[in-house]
Design a protein around this ligand. Structure first.
Ligand code: FAD
Length: 427
């Protein structure tokens, strides 16, 4: 017997068509930082019923993708400040730390507010998930495509069947496609940090490729117990935050970004210039410097021009003709673009969604709804890396979830309040 906490069952596709798809108010695709944050905001800030919300994600648990990445690079604190977390109230994490006698896990940052330790951040995230029973809304499956419906709603097709919904939030992050340099693609000992790399594997010498926070964090962690070379194209650059803090302000985003046409090259360029891509936060400096001085860590500038597997080690040739022979090479070289992710391409084709420069989604700047080619409305909202052209340089990060949440929850609340009003004419 179903209880009120059971989300609607997903219905299978019968041979003659789709069989009794359950109907909900919102499907959130993705149970990472953005999907989880958005879900709790929807429950807290809208009239949406909890049994009318489903979170679709293939992982065992909400936030698994974030936990996995943090574990792989050995991250033990966040770069962002204590006001960035999964709760609604900005000071909830600080209150949680005080309430549990864990203020010492708020790490000081020079000239910037404190940052939470990873354990504190995740325990608070679990607290948010448990208090809202968000895990009971999680369906462990992958969304494969989305269709529109004659009543103006959407039909989300998953590996386990279909769900009819009045609205949908896309929170798929970077879509999980890692970027591995061409020279390493067919070499067994060259791994991506979010891919085949096993942090527990027993190695004595590792080369890490990359010049951003993940590469630096990984170098700090691994050089504790083995010899590490950190190889980056440019000298390491130090920045406290992912972008200038003024990009946290929506007025600034409107002023500097929204006056350019949606999904335009101009918007893309503004965001690219504003993001402190491939930079390292200063709190890692002391560890890296100590390890460098003790000889456990080498920091080199250069590029790999060739990699070959030779029995139990990798032979790397650099552009200055240096040869390195590590046990493994770990690439912290980021993700492939989400804008041309096959799932995103499929949605754009099926729903006739408008895209611009390099596949940037053309979103409504007020609601983050994805516009159609004919400038129609679809109740499909976007949060995370896909919303870069509207939310700005912090879009993929935790502060971006809050900026998106403020707008998406208002838009979905309005849909819930007008249950009888069609959202767009049937095709
Ligand atoms: C080591 C590290 C440290 C970081 N530190 C900070 C920090 O201090 N501050 C900060 O703001 N940011 C930080 N970030 C960045 C931040 O973690 C990410 O920006 C954030 O996790 C992105 O969240 P997301 O929900 O958009 O994506 P993800 O966490 O990648 O989640 C996306 C989810 O969508 C699911 N999904 C994808 N496609 C589908 C589909 N078709 N159907 C169903 N589900 C799907 C995936 O399985 C995944 O669970 C850090 C990142 C790393 C790796």
């Amino acid at each position: 017997m179903p209880t009120s906490t059971d989300p609607p069952a997903i219905t299978g596709v019968a041979s003659g068509g789709i069989d009794r798809a359950p109907s909900v108010d919102c499907v959130v695709v993705g149970g990472g930082i953005h999907g989880t944050y958005l879900s709790q905001r929807l429950l807290e800030d809208t009239t949406l019923d909890r049994d009318a919300l489903v979170i679709v994600d293939p992982n065992d648990r909400l936030l698994d993708s974030f936990r996995r990445k943090a574990r792989a690079c050995g991250m033990d604190s966040l770069r962002s400040t204590y006001v960035n977390h999964l709760g609604t109230d900005a000071f909830a994490l600080e209150d949680f730390a005080e309430g549990h006698g864990r203020e010492d896990e708020l790490r000081p940052t020079v000239d910037y507010p404190d940052r939470p330790g990873l354990a504190l951040f995740l325990d608070h995230a679990d607290h948010v998930i448990e208090s809202n029973s968000l895990d009971t809304l999680h369906r462990q499956t992958t969304a494969t495509t989305i269709h529109d419906r004659p009543d103006g709603g959407l039909r989300v097709v998953t590996d386990d069947g279909v769900i009819d919904t009045r609205s949908c939030v896309l929170a798929i992050g970077h879509g999980g496609r890692q970027h591995l340099p061409e020279w390493g693609r067919s070499v067994a000992g060259v791994k991506h940090v979010w891919g085949r790399f096993d942090p527990a594997a027993d190695t004595t010498e590792t080369v890490i490729i990359g010049g951003g926070i993940t590469a630096a964090q990984l170098a700090a962690t691994r050089s504790e117990g083995e010899s590490v070379t950190l190889l980056s194209r440019q000298p390491l650059e130090w920045e406290v935050t992912e972008a200038d803090p003024q990009w946290l302000n929506w007025r600034h985003i409107e002023r500097e970004l929204h006056h350019h046409p949606p999904a335009s090259k101009a918007r893309f360029d503004v965001v690219q210039n504003a993001r402190h891509t491939a930079t390292v936060p200063p709190y890692l400096y002391d560890t890296l410097d100590t390890r460098r001085q003790s000889g456990q860590l080498q920091i080199r500038q250069g590029e790999v021009i060739q990699a070959t597997q030779e029995s139990d080690h990798v032979q790397l040739t650099l552009d200055d003709d240096t040869r390195l022979r590590p046990d493994q090479v770990v690439c912290a070289t980021g993700f492939a673009s989400v804008f041309d992710h096959p799932f995103v391409e499929r949605l754009a084709d099926t729903l006739d969604l408008a895209r611009g420069y390099r596949g940037l989604p053309r979103l409504d700047d007020q609601t983050l709804a994805w516009r159609t080619v004919s400038d129609g409305r679809v109740p499909l909202y976007v949060s995370g890396a896909l919303a870069l052209g509207t939310v700005g340089p912090y879009a993929p990060n935790i502060p971006g979830a809050r900026r998106s949440g403020d707008r998406i929850t208002a838009a979905i609340d309005s849909i819930c309040k007008h249950t009888m009003e069609p959202m767009r004419p049937a095709r």
